[in-house]
Each structure stands twice: as C-alpha cells, then as structure tokens.
Ligand binder design. Structure first.
Ligand code: HXC
Length: 516
C-alpha cells in the first residue's frame, strides 16, 4: 500500500470519530446515537453516497484554528431508504455540539439543492447547539441560506426533520419550514429562547422539558407532528412516513396493495352514529372501518384533537384524511384545528395526494378566547386551502354540517369533486334547536314551558331542512349512501378521479395572499 492510499484510509477512519472518543461516549451516556450510527439505521446498506466529505471550517479566532475535523460536524449525502432515493444530512453533536458554522451550513444547503435537482425527499436529523458562536455572522449567513433553500424546496420535494437533541434559537426555523417534525421524548427540545434567558427576561422559571420538550410540542404548540420514545423508533417512523409520500411534486405517491378487499362493507358503520344528536363517537373508528386495514397514519394526533388528519390507503392508493372529531368539543372547529387542517390540505395538494374529508361539525367554537385569538383569520385558511386544492377531493358528510363550517369542510361549493352524505346527515345554516329559537322567537315567548314546543319545532325543521335530501335535490350532494357501502363507493370514485387534471380558470397572479 502506498503512503497516499494509507493516508486516505486513515483519514476515512478519522471521519467517523467526529469530535473524538470522549464525545462519542458522552453522546451514548445521554442515550443518543452518533450521526454515523443513525445513518447506518436510516439508509439501505451500501447506498450512502457522501458529498462534502473533507469540508472543514475556515475560522481562526477563539482557538478555532486548532479545532478542525473533516465534515465540520455534519454528515451529508445521497442514499436510498427502502430502495427509494433521498438526500440526507445528519448533524454530529460530538464535534462542537453539532454547532452550525459557515461550512457546516453550506453542506446542509447543498443537500437541499441536490434534493431539488434530483427530485428526492430531504431527510434531516438535527442535533445541534445552534449557531457556532465562534463564527459570528458567518454562522448566521449559513443559517439564512439553509432557510432560503428550505423555502425553495417547499412544495417541490417532501422535507422531514427528526429532532434528536437540542434545537434552539433561530435554528428551530429550518425544521419549522420543513413538512414534518418528529421529536424524541426526553432527549430533544426546541425553543427560541432557553430557560436561562426566559428567567432573565421575564422572571419565569421553567425547565427544558416544560418549555420545549417533545410532549409540549406534540400537544400544545403543534410544532411536532410525531413524538416517539427512542431514536430507533424515530428512524422507523421516517421510513413509514416516506412510504406515503411521492419523491417530488411531479410524481405520484407510491401504490402499495395491502390486500384489503376494495368491496369490503363494514356493517358496524350503519349503527356507529348515535340516535341522540348530542351524543358523540370516535371518528377514528369510521376512518379505520373504511380505509385499507392498518393503513391509517395519524399526524399531529395530540394537537387540536377536535380534528383528525393523516395518511391512509384506499385499495392501495395513498390519500390524505381530514375529519372532524365529535368526541372532542363536539367536533367544533377552532384556531388550532383550522391551522392543522389547512396546512395538511395544502401539503396533500402540493404532493398529488387526494383528499378524503369526513364531516361532522356543528360550527366554529364560540367565545372571546377564540374571537380574540383570531378564529376568523384562522378559519379562513381552511376555505383558502380547499378552494385552492386541485387534487381529487371526496367529501363524506356523516352527521352535522352546519353554517360556515359546512362550507369550509370540503363542500361542493369549494370545488369538491364528489360529496356523499350518510342518511344521518344534517345540513343547514345552524342546528335545529338554535334555529327554531330564532325563527319562532315570538311564539316561544308566549308559552309557559317552551321546551316541548322547541322540540316539536326542531323535529319539523330537521325533517324539512336539516337532512341530506334537500341539498341532494340541488346537486350539492351527489348521493346519499349507506355507511357500510362507503368504502367500495369512495374507492370506485377515487379510481375514476385519479386521472383528474384540473387547471381552474384563475386570473393571472404572482401568488395569492392566504390568511395567516
Ligand atoms: C459553539 C458549541 C455550541 C455553539 C455547544 N457547543 N453549542 N460551540 N457554538 N452554539 C460546544 C460546547 O462548547 C462543547 O464544546 C460541546 O459543544 C458540547 O456542549 P456541552 O455544553 O458540553 O453539551 P451539553 O451539556 O449537552 O449542552 C448542550 C447545549 C449547550 C445545551 C446545547 O452546549 C448550550 O447551551 N450551548 C449553547 C446553545 C446556544 O445558546 N446556541 C446559540 C443559540 S442562538 P467542548 O469544547 O466542550 O467540546 C442561535 C441563533 C441562530 O442558534 C440564528 C439563526 C437565525
């Protein structure tokens, strides 16, 4: 072996040591893997094709001239996951805490550009102390360029980020600009300002976990789409999520036949809606009874649980599911559920994923908290997203569909291709009880005990207006179907609509201005 060959081989050995044995040990003590160990779990054996292998930083101040490793704390390359091409970057906490300097950032930006050029998803594993303090504005410039390329990639290739360590300060904006965030419980956190700064600035005492732990972001802020207990689970979830996504916006999502009979009818669905309109049930049972068995992958499960979103398959075809959840706030829409639904609808539309909507919604949540929080502008996002979406849109009204919420939830009027209703559907300006309180106000004021009369008027209103046949007569509902026949019916409808190519007659514009 010549000296030059052995020199290269020894450099390669060095590469995988990152910041050194001590730092690798410290990483393991925290229950975390190194970037190289994560890579091995993530990608198909032998598929990794690195770039920027020997990149180093070029900073000299604060002793940086003596702290250089090949790769500059981030592993970047192209690879395959379950045989499908992806671009990956994995931050290496063992070198300077995975901090982002100019060259480290340039490698991440190059990963995104490679993904854009070749039309493949971007998978990032973040584990970093943020902007490399010693590199000053060069580090900020690097972050700025990552954000810029995140935005350029939005709607072109799917972007998935798993947080496997700290993610603080402006660093949080790169994952926030991606499509999906996975967080690992207890070892990852995300916040703009850490607990020490919070204490100094506003005197609030809060732990890392309380401020920006995985559960907080899954339940309260809605920043995390998924939370898992281990890094291995996170990597498994990346692979599962990818199985529902096309490589880019010009391709279709992968078709996988899971062996569920497309003609299967679930009799149980015929009795799932309670007789009493005030009683609730779990919409997930409806979804799971209709989609291919075991195919439903719920997204943002714990955030805004009054709406349910996720991916599923219908006779092997990927669909996006949007539904109201009557078991929480009677399924009413609010600020958070509006954000949750609208972003998901836009994602599905960008990536050729048909949208199946299940409606059971009494309206928008009333009160000052919602009004002052801007439920008007948030709710408007749902209308914007459905109106804009040109992928196949199939809507099933299973029970209530009242007022603005009826229009917003994928109605015919916003461009749904097919709208079905179950016989239990009630479609009107508002629910029968509040409606009769208004239209029979004078008669009701004249009687001693108005409850009986309200009930009588409400039944009359329900039979004359709040049923599926009135809108069906006008063609706003294409058919009233048995709950049990929903699966075969929407599969047939979907398969006809798969060739849909809608180019609506839109006035020329640079872009719309959606409500925010
Ligand atoms: C340079 C950093 C660093 C950083 C960590 N290190 N963060 N070096 N720049 N931002 C180094 C540490 O000095 C240490 O180096 C090594 O990484 C491991 O860090 P430890 O502190 O030993 O690890 P741990 O105890 O696990 O604590 C991790 C940590 C802490 C919580 C992330 O290091 C920390 O608070 N770092 C600073 C975080 C921060 O304020 N970042 C700036 C955020 S603002 P040695 O020499 O010991 O190996 C920001 C702005 C971005 O990012 C703006 C973009 C728009």
């Amino acid at each position: 072996m010549t000296d030059k060959i052995s020199d290269l081989l020894s450099k390669r050995e060095q590469l995988k040591k990152g910041g050194g044995e001590e730092r690798i040990k410290a990483q393991h003590v925290k229950g975390k893997l190194t970037a190289w160990e994560r890579l091995e779990l993530l990608v198909d054996p032998g598929s990794f094709t690195p770039f920027g292998t020997f990149v180093t930083h070029r900073a000299n101040l604060f002793g940086m001239d003596k702290r250089r490793v090949y790769g500059d704390g981030v592993v970047t390359g192209l690879a395959k996951i379950d045989g499908r091409k992806v671009a990956v970057y994995l931050q290496d906490f063992t070198f300077m805490g995975g901090s982002v300097g100019e060259m480290h950032a340039a490698k991440i930006a190059a990963t995104i550009r490679h993904a854009l050029k070749t039309g493949v998803p971007i998978i990032g594993i973040n584990d970093s102390g943020g902007a490399r303090i010693q590199e000053g504005v060069d580090s900020l410039k690097g972050y700025g360029e990552i954000f810029y390329w995140n935005v350029m990639a939005s709607g072109v290739v799917p972007q998935i980020v798993a947080i496997m360590g700290p993610c603080a300060g402006g660093a949080v904006y790169s994952p926030a600009l991606a499509d999906f965030i996975i967080m690992v419980r207890k070892t990852s956190y995300m916040f703009i300002t850490g607990p020490r700064v919070v204490k100094a600035a506003i005197g609030e005492e809060v732990t890392f976990e309380e401020l920006g732990g995985a559960d907080v972001h899954a339940e309260k802020s809605g920043v995390a789409d998924f939370v898992v207990d281990t890094e291995e689970e996170a990597i498994g979830l990346i692979k599962k999520l990818l199985s529902y996504l096309p490589p880019n916006n010009l391709d279709d999502p992968p078709y996988i036949d899971v062996g569920d009979d497309p003609e299967r009818e679930d009799e149980y669905l015929n009795s799932i809606i309670p007789e009493d309109p005030l009683k609730s049930y779990d919409i997930r049972e409806v979804i799971e009874g209709i989609v291919d068995k075991g195919s439903f992958l719920e997204v943002k499960e714990r955030f805004a649980p009054n709406a349910v979103i996720g991916f599923a398959r219908l006779n092997g075809h990927v669909v996006g599911i949007v539904a109201n959840q009557p078991a929480v706030y009677a399924g009413a829409l609010d600020i958070d559920s509006s954000d949750k639904i609208s972003r998901f609808v836009r994602f599905c539309d960008a990536f050729n994923i048909p949208i199946i909507t299940f409606v059971d919604v009494g309206g928008f949540l009333p009160g000052t908290v919602q009004e002052h929080g801007g439920v008007i502008r948030h709710g408007a996002k749902i209308i914007y997203a459905y109106s804009e979406a040109t992928v196949p849109k199939i809507t099933i009204i299973v029970r209530k569909a009242y007022g603005g919420a009826y229009i917003a939830m994928g109605s015919k009027h916003l461009g749904a291709d097919f709208v079905y209703a179950w016989p239990t559907a009630e479609i009107a300006v508002m629910g029968p009880e509040p409606a009769v309180e208004i239209i029979y106000k004078r008669q009701l004021a004249e009687v001693e005990n108005k409850e009986e009369l309200v009930k009588k008027f409400a039944e009359d209103y329900r039979s004359k207006i709040a049923n599926p046949y009135v809108p069906a007569e006008r063609g706003y509902i294409d058919d009233v179907i048995l709950p049990s026949e929903t699966r075969p019916r929407i599969i047939k409808t979907l398969e006809f609509l798969l060739s849909k190519r809608e180019r609506p007659p839109r006035p020329s514009r640079k872009h719309g201005v959606p409500p925010t």
